[in-house]
Ligand binder design. Structure first.
Ligand code: GLU
Length: 482
């Protein structure tokens, strides 16, 4: 049987890094085993839907380059892949369990439910809720009441005694007492399925062999096993991945960290770096190397190397890793074209509409490579390359004021240079400093302040070459007038 994995995200907001994390592990495991990775959108909870969220999830997968074999957009043999479009099937499945005596119609009103909850709380019973009062109602009688128009839900008949053991690939046997499980609702009073019913029926219909999902679902798994058993279906393999943690070691959430993949993308994190970083969450390469690709993961992945402790999602580390991709993984050509596309996509070119993907752009990218961890830093660090209209920083102003003599010297002598290649300007600065008996820094700082408006700019030689003689001289002139 071919390995089939899935992610089943709910379209309730911006795509979450947790979804990217699940996608990565599901994708890698399916590919490693020559199987299929499926995307099913779980939109049964109609109240939590957010417009555009479905597209956001599919976009994210495209950006990450984790293409599903089957999904709402690529289709597949088990379409539809949007859960709400499968509701008729879910109703039939619920009926099948009612007919088999594995589920029952339950007529409790909201007031009754409230009373049950209060009674359970008074008993100090933290698991208590619904007291199963309709479980023993004669099915014929129940059907009559339903036919007469009374509102009902369908509930699963969970065994009252014994235990349900979840065999988790990472955790071994995790045992739950059946007395602590609820007769979970399968079908709501509006005739729509709950997550529990819909997800398990879809997993079965879609031939999912490995349910790989976040640890938070482990507590629902005994119910899911009971649903599988009620139908008489063979269980999939359960795998609950470790927590992603945020600030303070708490579960990663909006409150403990930035969870939006879109926001990392907007900051100029590379998809490869994000995937690499997520791959390091709870898993490691056998040789301990930190830089690895999805293909490397496919080659070396094993569940034995997953540690369950939970990993902190730390933006500083992600940023560091992104810098490594910028410096060590991408070729200059690739880096320049992706950075250019990023600037366009995020409308960061502003007054640099003329900023073309040309030699100068590549030269500047090359200069910036040692100083940039995120694409979003690029414009702020290079604005003076693209526009004459830049301000001087406080420090630059100080240097300009105290170096007028050097600057007018430079203006005069630089204009006699044939070309501005780094070799030529380098020799020129050396000779000038020697002649004047001053440190090289006393020459460079004023020039830096004049041409870049800041003392923090890349190496002088390549910078002057990229700017060109005309601009450099004009800027020194402007600085002298200042
Ligand atoms: N719809 C659930 C979610 O949004 C999926 C849980 C599961 O993978 O079974 O995370």
């Amino acid at each position: 049987m071919s390995t089939r994995t899935r992610i089943a995200p709910s379209p309730t907001g911006d795509p979450h890094v947790g979804t990217a994390y699940q996608a990565l592990f599901n994708y890698v495991f399916a590919h490693q085993n020559g199987g299929q990775f499926i995307v099913r959108i779980e939109d049964t909870d109609r109240n939590r839907l957010v417009e555009g969220a479905l597209e956001g999830i599919l976009d994210m997968l495209e950006w990450l380059n984790l293409p599903p074999h089957e999904s709402p957009t690529v289709g597949g043999p088990h379409a539809p892949y949007i859960q709400s479009e499968r509701a008729e099937k879910h109703r039939q499945y619920a009926q099948q369990l009612v007919d088999a005596g594995k589920a029952y119609l339950s007529f409790e009103t909201p007031e009754e439910l409230e009373e049950m909850r209060a009674a359970a709380a008074a008993r100090g019973d933290e698991y208590g809720g619904y007291d199963r009062r309709y479980r023993t109602l004669d099915p014929l009688e129940a059907q009559k009441r339903a036919d007469a128009g009374e509102s009902y839900v369908v509930r699963l008949k969970v065994p009252l005694e014994g235990e349900t053991v979840v065999q988790d690939l990472l955790r071994g046997a995790v045992t739950f007492k059946n007395s602590e499980l609820d007769d979970k609702i399968l079908l709501k009073s509006d005739g729509f399925p709950t997550y529990h019913l819909a997800a398990m029926c879809d997993d079965f219909d879609m031939g999912i062999t490995h349910v790989i999902r976040a640890e938070e679902w482990l507590v629902s798994t005994p119910i899911h096993i009971q649903i599988y058993r009620a139908f008489g279906w063979p269980e999939p393999q359960w795998i609950h991945t470790p927590w992603l943690l945020g600030d303070g070691g708490k579960k990663l959430s909006k409150r403990t960290g930035d969870v939006s993949v879109k926001s990392y993308r907007a900051k100029g994190v590379l998809p490869e770096a994000l995937l690499n970083y997520l791959g390091m969450m709870g898993w490691s390469m056998p040789d301990g190397r930190e830089l690895f690709s999805v293909q490397d993961m496919e080659e070396h992945f094993s569940w034995e190397r997953v540690s369950l402790g939970g990993s902190i999602f730390d933006f500083a580390k992600l940023k560091w890793l992104n810098g490594k991709y910028i410096r060590e993984v991408l070729s200059l050509e690739e880096l320049a074209s992706r950075l250019h596309a990023y600037l366009l996509e995020n409308s960061l070119l502003e007054n640099g509409e003329t900023l073309e993907l040309n030699t100068t752009f590549r030269q500047v990218v090359k200069m910036l490579t040692p100083r940039m961890d995120l694409f979003s830093e690029f414009m702020a660090k290079t604005h003076y390359f693209w526009s004459e209209d830049f301000e001087y920083t406080e420090k630059a102003r100080g240097v300009l004021e105290s170096s007028r003599e050097v600057l007018s010297d430079l203006l005069e002598r630089l204009s006699t240079l044939e070309n501005f290649s780094p070799e030529v300007t380098h020799d020129f600065f050396q000779a000038y400093a020697l002649e004047k008996g001053i440190k090289l820094g006393k020459v460079m700082s004023p020039l830096r302040a004049a041409v870049a408006g800041t003392l923090e700019s890349p190496e002088m030689g390549p910078m002057l070459e990229a700017l060109g003689k005309e601009k450099v001289l004009a800027r020194v002139r402007r600085a002298l007038e200042f």
